[in-house]
Design a protein around this ligand. Sequence first.
Ligand SMILES: [Zn+2]
Length: 73
Amino acid sequence: MINSEDLFASAEKNAAREREAKIAEASAIVNQAGRDVCVECECQIPAARREAAPFAVRCVECQNLHKSERKSR
Ligand SMILES: [Zn+2]
């Protein structure tokens, strides 16, 4: 017979593990999105741009260059 306290304890443990995984996942996303420096020219990405495009890793100029480069190919 399963002890209900054990069951509760393992459910608690699972919940804690899930919570930790979610936090790790969220902070990974934040680390990725939270960069404020352009990956191309390493200039500061303006806060307004980061607000408009939280996942942007390039400044406006580099993003435009990137886009037109891809278009011309
Ligand atoms: Zn740039």
